[in-house]
Ligand binder design. Structure first.
Ligand code: SF4
Length: 240
């Protein structure tokens, strides 16, 4: 087990925990976060540490990735996120999208909700439904994308293409580097444990349906701050 700041992480990767950013630091950041902007700053700092960990392991282990700009095969997977990531995304979008871009996104989100909400998690995971933030093969909110997108990587784009062509084959192993994937998953868990311990809703929400709600309903943020459920309609992945 890996222990940081008196906590234990459930998996045992060789690379363990967040470099230069402790769990305690995130707790302190959140405790001092009175405004939405301060909250976003806290989330942004932990995302930056997550990226640093990712790059560190890739460098130290010599992982060779087959990912490249413009490849968006993985953006057809179901994206699982947490409320604090959705609020960061929503505020990033409000700050950076033009009125036309915002309006077009709302239309894509509405179409996405129509497709996804009637589906079970399993059905969604086997349908190749494109993320509504994908535009012209690129993520339109790349700087604020959630941890599950940052964790995703591939050492063989042919394997990604196979999963895209066979979306109902959930047994196919993919082409992750196992150590990298496990270490990033441990870091994600370490991060969400902080929100759980502070009493925040840490439900696993599907990105598109939760983002639609965040952009349409400002009370979602207030509810979450008051330790209630952030989203009431979004698609939810049951916890392990
Ligand atoms: S948020 Fe961005 S990176 Fe993640 S699935 Fe959507 S388009 Fe792809």
């Amino acid at each position: 087990m890996c222990s940081r700041a008196g906590r234990t992480v459930r998996v045992k990767p060789r690379w363990c925990g967040m470099p230069e950013f402790s769990t305690q630091q995130l707790i302190e950041d959140i405790a001092q976060s009175l405004s939405p902007e301060q909250f976003d700053h806290a989330v942004g700092r932990s995302l930056a540490a997550f990226d640093t960990l990712n790059e560190q392991i890739i460098g130290e282990k010599g992982v060779t990735l087959d990912c490249h700009a413009g490849c968006s095969i993985c953006c057809s997977l179901r994206v699982e996120t947490f409320a604090h990531e959705i609020f960061l995304l929503a505020r990033h979008i409000r700050a950076h999208f033009s009125a036309d871009e915002f309006s077009a996104l709302l239309s894509r989100l509405a179409a996405h909700e129509e497709k996804v909400l009637p589906l079970t998690v399993f059905e969604h995971a086997t349908r190749n439904i494109i993320c509504p933030l994908l535009q012209n093969g690129r993520c339109s909110a790349y700087a604020a994308r959630p941890q599950s997108c940052r964790r995703h990587h591939s050492q063989d784009v042919a394997a990604c293409q196979f999963t895209f062509d066979h979306p109902d084959d959930l047994e196919f192993p993919g082409a992750h580097d196992r150590d990298l994937f496990r270490a990033l998953t441990a870091a994600m868990q370490e991060n969400i444990d902080v929100y759980a311990e502070l009493g925040y809703d840490h439900t696993i929400y599907e990105l598109g349906t939760a983002l639609a709600e965040a952009l349409h309903d400002d009370t979602s943020w207030t509810r979450w701050q008051e330790r209630g459920p952030a989203f009431l309609q979004a698609s939810v992945t049951p916890g392990a």
